[in-house]
Design a protein around this ligand. Structure first.
Ligand code: ASP
Length: 598
């Protein structure tokens, strides 16, 4: 392939012996081979006729591209599949192509055998041409011929391979678990597969192998892993597909720190596998600090501008908009870009994010003193102004943004603005992993007074918070942890509840009756009666990790055959209507499609 687009991740082919119709991969041909006769196979990239049957053809396989000179009577066109036997010859002086790895040589005296003809491709297969995504997805097999997609998917294979190597090294056993399964408690909508043999019943496609892997711990497998396909019927976005792939692991008799170490080894291995030698050691932040400083539970720590608590300064303020349980401040990144109309836009944005308002204050230097300029400045006392400027470390020209609200809401709104304003400060070549720990066990309370799990119902509470389970459940921390990379949540995990008395307490807080628990997870609870080891695990998304490591914003760029945002496969036409006879076989009938669905 052309070397102009950076280092290739296709690095193992020189050591592999080509078989069958060829004796060389194109990318391995170099000046060392001058005079040798080689046989290669591939696709025609370009044809240039030079009269009298003399043709120059660029022939491409996955590893590279080479110029072939031939006296050919065969008519060749782009994307025809050929086999070429030729002599490696130095290109005449002045005709070398430094953008090709093989650019110093060409194949001469070539014999060309046509293996397959090709219709003209519906779009150019060079990376230099932007092609509409729906066309790319409609002809995905051609899109995948492009160098970028080859490189992305091969990077993904190397990441998988590094993950497997890490798991094997750490004593994990790869085990497969069913796809036709029963509901798993990850909280997303599930895909159902109606049963032909048991009309009226269905299987459920697993949201993750969660329950299966916990059962494998009861079985004594000690350390399990799987590169698992998970399915969730949720709206699709840039970082979400119906089906996604994760490294799923579970281990017995381990602590949270142990699990985090297993995973750290795997992601470091994966990062090295795509050529990132210098990744910062993985840091750690509590959930509380992440919200407090970054306003999100998946902080992008590649740039500063953290949120600053200024509640105390405004404890007795005259500014009504600032009298709230919490006042948070952000020194805006790129203040010189914040014109008056941009600042007004930010106020609207903050409201759209759920804030009651946003105060902005521009810091100015007057007679050697820093003062505030803002529509509300005249209501802010001198003492408040001085303390604020000192506490946030503002300078002349700084813009301070403030949101006053409940702690979490104030942090979340300002955290989102931090990201939107500061994203440009993040170095795209920096990879900063961070563990977020000490999540709350419950993320809130539903209208009927039952609590809602933040992770899933099998998550073990923090040992120090057991006493507060019934008295102050929302303050209980869990033994769960997330891994975040550059502001993306890669995955999460927890130490599980392996004791039925604790599990019963949690179910009761979650409003899950004994009857319901038995119906939904009876087999797991039963298994736990036969000696369950303490255990814990983790899973992280390989699509997301790969996208980040290869610098793509959308996971579709690292999946061979993804679905569109509306869940369809433009190449196969799936999902397609079923024949009536197929529904009959499943014992089902379908309502006519309503007009507004068409
Ligand atoms: N099953 C969880 C998930 O898919 C991961 C875990 O708790 O191990 O997010």
């Amino acid at each position: 392939m052309e070397s102009s687009s950076g280092p290739s991740v296709i690095t193992n082919y020189p050591t592999i012996e080509p078989r069958g119709l060829r004796d060389r991969y194109i990318g391995t041909i170099s000046e060392k081979d001058l005079g040798a006769s080689v046989t290669v196979c591939g696709w025609v990239s370009k044809v240039r006729e030079h009269g009298e049957h003399l043709v120059f053809i660029d022939v491409r396989d996955f590893s590279g591209i080479v110029q072939v000179v031939a006296h050919s009577s065969v008519e060749l066109r782009a994307e025809y599949v050929v086999r070429v036997k030729g002599k490696v010859t130095r290109r005449p002086e002045g005709t070398e192509n430094s953008s090709l790895d093989t650019g110093q040589v060409e194949l001469t005296d070539s014999e060309i055998e046509l293996l397959a003809q090709a219709d003209p491709p519906p779009f150019s297969l060079t990376d230099r041409v932007e092609v509409d995504e729906s066309t790319r997805l409609r002809f995905r097999y051609l899109d995948l011929r492009r160098e970028k997609m080859q490189s992305n998917l091969r990077a993904r294979a190397r990441i998988n391979s590094a993950i497997r190597a890490s798991m094997e090294r750490q004593g994990f056993t790869e085990l497969e678990t069913p796809l036709l399964w029963t509901p798993t408690p990850e909280g997303a909508r599930e895909f159902v597969v109606p049963s032909r043999l048991n009309h009226g019943s269905s299987y459920v496609l697993p949201q993750s192998p969660q329950i299966a892997k916990q059962l494998l711990m009861v079985s004594g497998f000690d350390r399990y892993y799987q590169i698992a396909r998970c399915l969730r019927d949720e709206d699709l976005r840039a970082d979400r597909q119906f089906e996604f792939t994760q490294l799923d692991l579970e281990a017995s008799f381990v602590s949270q720190d142990d699990v985090m170490e297993f995973i750290s080894d795997a992601v470091m291995g994966a990062s090295r596998a795509v050529g990132l030698e210098h990744v910062d050691p993985i840091g750690r932040i509590t959930w509380r600090d992440a919200i407090d400083l970054y306003g999100v539970d998946k902080p992008d720590m590649r740039f500063g501008h953290t949120l600053i608590d200024v509640t105390d300064i405004f404890a007795d303020t005259q500014v009504r908009a600032l009298s709230a349980p919490c006042v948070k401040a952000l020194v805006a990144p790129n203040p010189s870009e914040l014109t008056r109309s941009k600042l007004d836009g930010l106020v609207d944005r903050a409201k759209a994010l759920g804030a009651k308002g946003l105060l902005w204050l521009r810091v100015e230097s007057k007679d050697g003193e820093l003062t505030l300029d803002s529509p509300v400045a005249k209501f802010i006392s001198d003492a408040e102004s001085r303390e604020l400027i000192a506490k946030v470390g503002a300078k002349a020209g700084s813009v301070i943004l403030m949101v006053a609200d409940e702690w979490q809401s104030a942090c979340q709104v300002l955290g989102q603005l931090r990201l939107e304003l500061g994203r440009k400060l993040a170095d795209p070549n920096q990879f900063t992993y961070v563990w977020v720990v000490d999540f709350p066990l419950f993320e809130g309370m539903s209208e009927d007074g039952s609590l809602i799990s933040a992770h899933h119902p099998f998550t073990m509470p923090n040992q120090d918070d057991f006493d507060k389970l019934e008295s102050d459940p929302l303050s209980v921390r869990s033994q769960s942890y997330d891994l975040v990379l550059n502001g993306w949540e890669l995955g999460s995990g927890s130490i599980r509840i392996h004791r039925s008395d604790i599990q019963a307490r949690i179910f009761s807080l979650l409003g899950i009756s004994t009857e319901e628990a038995k119906n939904r997870f009876g087999f797991l609870l039963e298994a736990f009666r036969f000696g369950a080891p303490p255990h814990g695990g983790f899973a992280f998304g390989i699509d997301r990790l790969t996208a980040l490591l290869v610098g793509e914003d959308n996971i579709r760029e690292v999946i061979a055959f993804p679905k569109t945002q509306s869940g369809s496969d433009l190449m196969t036409g799936a999902p397609k209507p079923l024949e009536k006879s197929s529904w009959d076989l499943l014992g089902l009938s379908v309502k006519p499609v309503s007009k507004n669905q068409i």
